[in-house]
Every structure is written in C-alpha cells, then in structure tokens.
Design a protein around this ligand. Structure first.
Ligand code: HEM
Length: 183
C-alpha cells in the first residue's frame, strides 16, 4: 500500500500510545527505516505486519486497531492535503458513498498502480442502504466499519447502524455486504 497509509498508522499509534511504543512496533514489524514516504508504494506485508505488531504491543486486537484506523483516516486525509478531494466526494453521506470509486480513481491518477477498493450501493429506502465492499485484500472489513463511522461523524449522521455479512471469496476478490441504517 502507498506510504500514506503506513504514515497514517504511525500517526494514529503515536497519538494514542506515544512515540516510544511506535519505535517498538516498527522494530517488531521488522521495518528499519525512519519513516514512510507517502507517494511510494510499499509491499502490503509491511502494513499487515505493522498492525500485527501494534496489536501485540498495545494489547488491542487487530480488528479494533483497524476500526480505529478507519475513523482516523477520514480526519487524517482531510488534514494531509486531501481535504478538497473529500469535499468533491459529496456533501452528504449517500452521495459520498456513491462517489467513493471516483474518489479512488482520482487518487489513482496521482498514485500509479494503486489497488483501490470498489464499492457498490443500492438504496433500500429512506436512510437505509446496501453497500458492497469489493477488495483484492483480505481482513480489512473492520477498517471499512471504522471508515463508515468516521464518515457518519463527518456528515453528522445520527444513530448509524452497520451490519455486515460474512466475506465471500471469488477468484481474486473479496466481497462483503453491509446494510447501513440511520435516523
Ligand atoms: C481523500 C481521501 C482518501 C484517499 C487519499 C484515499 C487513498 C487510499 C489509498 C492510498 C489506499 C491504499 C491503496 C493502495 O495503496 O494500493 C486506500 C485504500 C482504501 N480506501 Fe481509500 N482513500 C480516501 C478515502 C477513503 C474513504 C472515505 C473510504 C471509505 C470507505 C476509503 C476506503 C478505502 C479502503 C477500504 C481501502 C483498503 C483497500 C482495499 O480494500 O484493498 N478511502 N485509499
């Protein structure tokens, strides 16, 4: 994944647990550089190793870390130069979800070889939507839950409820269906 993601993991860990813990986590993950460069693509194993090491050192489950990371990402990108891109994504929750593929396409025009997720939406009436998350990567559903909660906060959605089905694996893709409902 692009260094931007790993840098955001660093930002979250340092803000929640301090710089010393982050040094320990990097070491445990076997990453020996000082930091990451946002616009360079790193092997996915580095990201997964960082989450695994962070879980062991902080005693927070990988799922809970990924969820916290998802919420953090919405704020992080807004502050790290992607605020306009977030604004272009729409001024309400549903429009924004519908525009996520375009958003990642724009990101991909700056980050060659980006492997973005893909989302499909289907309205199920007022304030209820089916969202399908399609990914080449496994294990990131908790991150999506955090992202949705972060977006819920950004758009001041009330009582957002998120239900997800088991992930299905077909060919080289992972499909997860979510039902989102709010007031
Ligand atoms: C302007 C804001 C955003 C930027 C710059 C951005 C950029 C990125 C980047 C660089 C990656 C890593 C992919 C790679 O390196 O191959 C990624 C992955 C991902 N993004 Fe975004 N993103 C943004 C907003 C969002 C939002 C709001 C969501 C909400 C659902 C989202 C969902 C995801 C997911 C789930 C992944 C994991 C990739 C996977 O499943 O394979 N992103 N994004």
């Amino acid at each position: 994944m692009y260094g931007l993601v790993n840098k955001a993991i660093e930002g979250l860990v340092v803000s929640e647990f301090g710089a010393q813990k982050w040094q320990q986590i990097k070491e445990k993950a076997g990453y020996h550089e000082e930091t990451f460069i946002s616009m360079i693509s790193y092997d996915d194993s580095i990201t997964y190793n960082l989450v695994g090491a962070a879980s062991e050192i902080t005693n927070v489950s990988p799922e809970n870390l990924l969820e916290a990371f998802g919420s953090y990402w919405v704020k992080y990108t807004a502050e790290e130069g992607y605020g306009d891109m977030l604004k272009m994504g729409g001024d309400n929750f549903v429009d924004f979800l519908n525009n996520l593929n375009d958003l990642h396409q724009r990101v991909g025009s700056m980050m060659p070889g980006l492997v973005p997720p893909f989302f499909e939406t289907e309205g199920l009436g007022d304030k209820k939507i089916k969202l399908t998350y399609i990914s080449k990567r496994v294990g990131l559903v908790p991150m999506v839950i955090g992202l949705l909660k972060g977006l819920g906060e950004r758009f001041e959605i009330k009582n957002l409820q998120i239900h997800n089905e088991a992930t299905l694996h077909e060919k080289d893709e992972y499909f997860t269906q979510f039902i989102l409902e709010w007031n």
